[in-house]
Design a protein around this ligand. Structure first.
Ligand code: ATP
Ligand code: MG
Ligand code: FE
Length: 340
């Protein structure tokens, strides 16, 4: 069963052909980073226009590279949300057109389910599983009691981790997106500037990163006002250590409480070397199986959408051609069944 998947929720235009939800036949990703870089972040109107310019070429390339033809496809999957509404719309229109022309089903797919199911493209998934989702717009602990069922047990109350990374990087005048640059600085650091950790209530699985971000900005301002030289690497390390400490501690506590078979680390920030290492170490100590997609499958791509869409395909849960892009789509409601 071959699914052609399309992803245009933010600033990556991507199309992929995925077989049976786990085998990548092709996965083409066209990033707009160079266009948005000089604005220091994604400009929604420009993102939509760029998607329009590239989508057809990307889809054609994905089909050509897969070694199959359009007539071999079983379904078309597309990110329904969450994301930028104008950007999502471009992928949605393209997907509907293809589904109609080829007379095959359309699968409305959740972007975060995609980040989680990216795991299946390289690993065997076992349930119950816990996913630590860390991306540009989301920071969540998601429990999957079984295949295709999602329960959010913790989420950020303010900034997403990736957002905090990008804001701190911007304050340090590093290029956008800042995550990889902070990661590199933290690794080069000879010292560490200690920063606070936001644990919140004792039994809470929620997160907060805006206080940490403010603490970083305060350190930068103090140095500037006093005319002191700032050890930027030490600050980056302090920031990264605070983030990692809270994420790892809460994820392992939740994994233990819910007795899961696997912990899945996913989303763009899962490309972070420090986080991968710290979580791997903690899981080894707790004898918990950890799954982390390779970095190129952690950031936005259409293959992960094809992997998630396959669950809906197997259950015959298809979308109508009247489907609408939904920038605030709920992950729990996207589950294949509701838990009693
Ligand atoms: P969402 O998935 O929540 O809609 P998004 O799709 O924009 O958001 P992703 O593409 O999953 O986000 O991830 C992008 C984020 O990952 C950016 O904030 C970027 O800085 C961050 N990131 C990428 N690599 C690293 C890294 N090595 N360390 C830390 N952060 C990183
Ligand atoms: Mg992106
Ligand atoms: Fe994403």
């Amino acid at each position: 069963e071959l699914i052609l998947a399309i992803e245009t929720s933010c600033d990556e235009t991507s199309a992929a052909v995925v077989r049976s939800g786990k085998e990548i036949c092709s996965n083409i990703v066209s990033s707009q980073i160079d266009v948005h870089e000089r604005f220091g972040g994604v400009v929604p109107e420009i993102a939509s226009r760029k998607h329009v310019e590239t989508i057809t070429r990307i889809i054609e390339a994905a089909i050509a590279q897969s070694g199959y033809t359009a007539n071999d496809l079983s379904a078309i999957a597309v990110t329904e949300g969450p994301g930028l509404v104008g950007a999502l719309l471009v992928g949605n229109v393209a997907a509907k057109g293809l589904a109609l022309a080829l007379n095959i089903p359309l699968i409305a797919t959740h972007h975060i389910a995609g980040h989680i199911y990216a795991s299946r493209l390289e690993h065997e998934m076992r349930f119950p599983a816990l996913a630590l989702v860390v991306s540009g717009g989301h920071t969540e602990l998601v429990l999957l009691p079984k295949e295709g069922v999602f329960q959010i047990i913790g989420r950020t109350r303010d900034d997403a981790v990736g957002e905090a990374y990008d804001k701190v990087a911007r304050a340090l005048k590093l290029p956008y997106p800042g995550g990889p640059h902070i990661d590199r600085l933290a690794h080069e650091a000879a010292a560490e500037i200690e920063l606070p950790r936001a644990w919140l209530e004792q039994d809470s699985y929620d997160f907060s990163f805006s206080g940490l971000k403010s603490a970083v900005l305060a350190v930068i301002n103090q140095h500037r006002m006093k005319g002191l030289e700032l050890d930027e690497a030490a600050l980056a390390k302090g920031f990264q250590q605070s983030v990692i400490d809270v994420l790892v501690t809460k994820a392992l506590r939740a994994a233990k409480q819910y007795g899961v078979e696997q912990l899945i680390l996913c989303g763009g920030v899962a490309a972070n070397r420090g986080l991968r290492q710290a979580l791997a170490l903690a899981c080894e100590k707790d004898k918990l199986q950890l799954i982390v997609p390779s970095p190129k499958l952690c950031t936005d791509n259409a293959a992960m959408i094809g992997a998630a869409a396959y669950i809906k395909f197997k259950h015959g849960q298809f979308a109508g051609l009247d489907m609408k892009a939904d920038p605030g789509l709920s992950l729990e409601k996207w589950s294949i069944e509701t838990l009693a």
